[in-house]
Design a protein around this ligand. Structure first.
Ligand SMILES: Nc1ncnc2c1ncn2[C@@H]1O[C@H](COP(=O)(O)OP(=O)(O)O)[C@@H](O)[C@H]1O
Ligand SMILES: [Mg+2]
Length: 305
């Protein structure tokens, strides 16, 4: 008799059943001959030596203690995505490196705690006109992101307080123009499993003017999207840069179990990458028929490998 391969899907305390739409994964995996379970990454009672293949899922609280999260990954024997990916993709500085390799990212002004910037120096880094966004480099689940306008002195002051608050906590800050195209064209998420196209969704803009996102807020409004061939072609371009990056880091390529690429089309035939999500990516498995099955196939083919 062969034993069934164990698969541990990892979540956080606040999402005991994974992301909405993912609940069916246990049944889908069981029907593919796996022995699946769900565990919380920082639950001290879990025996990770006996977890089988670990699949990182709804760990949306990792940004509150990234060092503890990375420490947790070190003990795992087999984890998807891999430990190196979990390391770099939990800090949005990776966008800087991917931009240097040719990825069209949102132009960003990076403010580092080590720079010890004065209030005046921070002010000079705010854009001169239009709306702008303040977000921590280590963040997830649309938390702690502020949207402000430059013309209103009160909003500039609020942005300053947010920036100084984050830097004071030792957190790196990203300043970006508010990409207005998102209001017109939405943000498209392209989802790949084991390197294959699975599905796409469109998300509406998550940021309200003159406000910082509510820490309890979870996901943007999502609708299934029949991404056109242009969007998938962009996805392939992005994947090429990503894999160049992985090869440059590791000396060899590596297939991601899951990969979600978020981009904003500019309406003129080009796009900007918002983020590449390889850790706590909501994969919107409830959005599109077949998405849940595609993911279960991808996990199970690895578990049986
Ligand atoms: N520069 C920006 N312009 C417009 N919207 C933005 C910008 N940055 C972030 N957002 C909005 O905030 C959401 C979350 O930002 P993101 O960088 O993806 O961080 P998270 O890791 O929290 O998802 C995006 O999906 C988008 O709706
Ligand atoms: Mg995002």
């Amino acid at each position: 008799m062969t034993t069934k391969p164990k698969v541990t899907l990892v979540t956080c305390q606040a999402l005991p059943n994974l992301f909405p739409g993912e609940e069916g994964l246990l049944d889908e995996l069981a029907s593919r001959g796996c022995d699946p379970q769900i565990k919380v990454w920082n639950d001290p009672d879990v025996d990770w030596a006996d977890a089988g293949m670990v699949v990182v899922r709804s760990v949306s609280d990792y940004a509150q203690d990234r060092p503890a999260f990375l420490e947790w990954t070190r003990q795992l024997q087999r984890v998807q995505n891999s430990k190196d990916v979990l390391n770099w993709n939990t800090d949005k500085h990776y966008l800087k490196e991917l931009a240097a390799m040719g990825l069209p990212t949102i132009p960003t002004n990076w403010l580092e705690p080590s720079q010890k910037l004065t209030k005046h120096q921070i002010h000079t880094r705010f854009p001169a006109f239009g709306e702008f966004v303040v977000k921590p480099a280590v963040s997830s689940g649309v938390r702690d992101i502020g949207r402000y306008t430059t013309v209103d002195i009160c909003q500039r002051q609020a942005a300053m307080r947010q920036v100084q608050g984050l830097l004071g906590e030792g957190r790196s800050v990203m300043l970006q123009r508010y990409v207005e195209e998102i209001d017109l064209h939405g943000e498209i998420s392209l989802v790949f499993f084991n390197g294959l196209v699975s599905h796409a969704v469109e998300k509406r803009s998550a940021l309200h003017p003159a406000s910082v996102t509510n820490p309890e807020m979870h996901e943007a409004v999502v609708t299934a999207e029949a991404a056109d061939s242009v969007a998938w072609t962009w996805g392939e371009q992005i994947r090429r840069v990503l894999h160049d990056y992985v090869r440059a880091r590791l000396g060899h390529d590596e297939l991601f179990l899951f990969n979600r690429v978020d981009l904003v089309p500019d309406g003129k035939g080009s796009f900007l990458v918002m983020e590449v999500s390889l850790v706590d990516a909501d994969l919107y498995l409830g959005s599109t028929p077949g998405a849940l099955g595609n993911f279960a196939d991808a996990i199970s083919s690895r578990a049986h490998w």
